[in-house]
Write a protein that binds this ligand. Structure first.
Ligand code: HEC
Length: 233
């Protein structure tokens, strides 16, 4: 059942979240507690008013951040015109960190949209741009349109927008800010990464030991067989 659910989700995601740009390759280290905590604090102040994290297995990190069910929103299905802010507990697994990182960069001014903004990584998103103040406001490059972007090979989001003056963050600071949030969401969707990281060397060490022992026994037995006279049938 779970597996079908996941397939459906991936399929749904693929057709639903139309992306007009390349997804930035980004590698995040969800075992980096400093980044996870920083990202968690950003999430709490900028995202938690709309998005819940209901499936997070609440751990010491959640406690440290003061995030639990009591501070999470609970939207009726028909709120937000039928697209309420979804739960983000598993978002990093569903969409991948590259998409997430790109989505959180790729707002551009579009007055035809109810929120005044559109997003290159999720066209016609109903999420209002939370970053206009800190990132600054970008516009689609002159002469470009959604139809034109659809008809040509994908480019990076920053190749198809004109940057306005940056907001209260420099572009580098904004990149780090988004990276921290993505690192946090990556951790939330799979907190066992920390245990796995700690367990990894032991598992490999055990494997090497078992293989060496088997090899040793095999060699000894082979030698044994060679020296023993063969039994007659
Ligand atoms: C004012 C409310 C609001 C805030 C604040 C907000 N979001 Fe959203 N977000 C939404 C809504 C509404 C949607 C649904 C968009 C849609 O379905 O078109 C959404 C969708 C998303 C999605 C896509 C998920 C999906 O399955 O479609 C992601 C990822 C996301 N938000 C991340 C964030 C992050 C990270 C922050 C904080 C930096 C944030 N949001 C802040 C309202 C908000």
């Amino acid at each position: 059942m779970m597996r079908y659910g996941l397939f459906f989700l991936l399929f749904y995601t693929a057709i639903y979240a139309e992306s007009l740009v390349l997804h930035e390759p980004v590698s995040v280290d969800a075992a980096d507690q400093v980044k996870v905590l920083r990202g968690g604090a950003y999430f709490k102040s900028s995202c938690l008013s709309c998005h819940s994290l209901k499936y997070w297995r609440y751990d010491s990190l959640a406690k440290e951040l003061g995030i639990d069910e009591t501070v999470m929103p609970n939207w009726p299905d028909d709120s937000w015109g039928g697209h309420p802010p979804p739960d983000l507990s598993l978002i990093a697994l569903e969409y991948g960190v590259s998409w997430l990182y790109t989505y959180l960069h790729a707002y551009y001014l579009d007055e035809s949209r109810p929120t005044g903004f559109n997003n290159l990584a999720m066209l016609h998103t109903s999420m209002p741009n939370p970053f206009a103040d800190i990132q600054g406001v970008n516009t689609l490059k002159r002469g470009l349109s959604i139809a034109k972007l659809r008809s040509r090979p994908k480019q990076h989001w920053y190749q198809v927008v004109d940057f306005g003056p940056h907001g209260s963050f420099s572009p580098q600071e904004f990149d780090l800010y988004v990276e921290d949030i993505v690192t946090f969401l990556s951790y939330v969707s799979d907190p066992s990464v920390v245990e796995r990281r700690q367990l990894g060397p032991w598992v490999i060490g055990y494997g090497v030991l078992v293989i060496s022992l088997s090899l040793y026994i095999w060699i000894v037995r082979k030698k044994d067989m060679a020296t023993k006279p063969k039994k007659r049938k």
